[in-house]
Design a protein around this ligand. Structure first.
Ligand code: GLU
Ligand code: MG
Length: 424
């Protein structure tokens, strides 16, 4: 049968979905400038698809412009269509970044960190998901037998990631039923967020070719552990030298790292609305599930919001500062990585600007928001968040998420889990 290669230009929007438009690959050079047509209200497409409410109406034209540095072309070599897509920026028709573009939000946040302290953030995403192509057996947690029984999914997924320019670090069987985890190499903030999007899509693309599916939903089963997205973070200075670690510092943190993470903790109630952005996210953030419930930073504790990670078997004195990182655990895959990481960066930069101190030996740290509605209220009440977003973007975000929360408010935990397991 005759075929012609297609490609797709996409953004990862408020819903966390990767959406955009396709065209013949041979038109790329023209499309690198004029992108694909988009409109303000497209940002308001719900996780389910329909636009429930929008401040933008039916008017106005935008474009998603492919970023030549974010091209993915993976041929699975099984006769299926080549996975060819670009991640891009939502721009106005004159090419200027649109104020509500998720990728631009992260770019602005990274610029704010540089301006506040001359620092850059390096991040690596660790993502959990469930794969349908393995039967559920007792005893499967971390088991070699489960690792074997996922068949060729893992090998194909890892090869696809590598072909997409993402370096896989580990692929493992996780604790929950049919649950797996993928970690990839660290990269500067925007690239790391692109890689998080690409990783999810390559998992979906691999499962699709095997006649299976994956779900990254934060809580596919209300009784089991959830699917977290853990963001490992460290800071580097203008020369690229690591500056997160300080021997003898509190929790091993340097002064700038203390301020950065104090900023993240201070703003955590508000930014949870972006990092755990779905009604189902709050079924994950419960005690005894290896997920955070409080606003805390703790050394080597997988129940903390910020976990100061160990460095394993450092061989040289230079290795420890390079490997040392802090893991943000209040995130899941209902979040657009651009918005989640952007919010963390803005919060950290504010901590640096205000020289915020880390909390001192708190007996009982405050709880994280326990529902999306609570987190949205905290976001709305944050004067800083208004400046990070801008009025239009913040209003759009709050409206989007409030309608989403309302529409599923009557669902039981089991129904909520089942609903979002289909969506993510
Ligand atoms: N599944 C847990 C979560 O929801 C995390 C388990 C782990 O520490 O990897 O975040
Ligand atoms: Mg894990």
């Amino acid at each position: 049968m005759i075929r012609e290669e297609l490609l797709f230009v996409a953004t990862c929007d408020i819903s966390g979905h990767v959406r955009g438009k396709g065209f013949p690959a041979r038109e790329l050079s023209a499309r690198l400038k004029r992108g694909v047509g988009w409109t303000g209200s497209n940002l308001m497409m719900s996780p389910e698809g329909p636009i429930w409410d929008t401040p933008f109406g039916t008017a106005g034209d935008l474009m998603i412009v492919p970023d030549p540095k974010a091209e993915i072309r993976v041929d699975f070599a099984d006769g299926s269509a080549v996975e060819h897509f670009f991640l891009g920026d939502i721009c106005s028709t004159d090419g200027a970044p649109w104020e509500c573009c998720p990728r631009h939000f992260l770019r602005r946040a990274a610029a704010e960190l540089e301006e506040a302290a001359g620092l850059k953030l390096i991040a690596a995403f660790e993502q959990e998901f469930c794969y349908s192509g393995i039967d559920e057996r007792p005893g499967d947690a971390y088991a070699l037998s489960a690792f074997r029984r996922q068949g060729t999914f893992g090998e194909t997924f890892v090869a696809a990631l590598r072909a997409a320019g993402v370096s896989p670090d580990t692929f493992l069987v996780e604790y929950g039923p049919r649950q797996f985890e993928i970690t990839v190499a660290p990269a500067p903030a925007l690239v790391a967020a692109d890689h998080a999007v690409i990783t999810r899509e390559m998992a979906r693309a691999t499962a699709f070719r095997l006649g299976q599916r994956v779900t990254f939903s934060p809580k596919p089963d209300p009784e089991a552990v959830g699917n977290g997205v853990h963001i490992h973070m460290s800071l580097i200075n203008a020369d690229g030298a690591p500056v997160t670690f300080m021997e003898g510092g509190p929790l091993g943190l340097s002064l700038p790292a203390q301020h950065f993470f104090a900023g993240v903790l201070t703003h955590l109630p508000a930014i949870t609305a972006l990092t755990a952005p779905s009604p189902v996210s709050y079924l994950r953030l419960v005690p005894d599930r290896w997920a955070p419930t409080r606003i805390d930073i703790v050394e080597r504790d997988r129940g903390a919001a910020l976990r100061v990670c160990p460095v394993f078997a450092a061989q040289t004195p230079a290795e420890k500062p390079r490997e040392f990182n802090v893991e943000f655990r209040v995130c899941d895959a209902a979040a657009s990585p651009y918005l989640a990481l952007g919010a963390i960066l803005f919060a950290g930069a504010d901590g640096l600007r205000r020289n915020l101190p880390l909390p001192q030996n708190e007996e009982s740290p405050a709880f994280l928001p326990r529902s999306l509605e609570e987190a949205l209220l905290r976001l709305e009440q944050s004067p800083e968040a208004k400046t990070w977003f801008g009025a239009t973007h913040l209003e759009a975000y709050l409206r989007f998420k409030r309608v989403e929360a309302e529409r599923v408010a009557a669902l039981s935990p089991a129904e909520l889990s089942a609903h979002y397991a289909e969506i993510y």
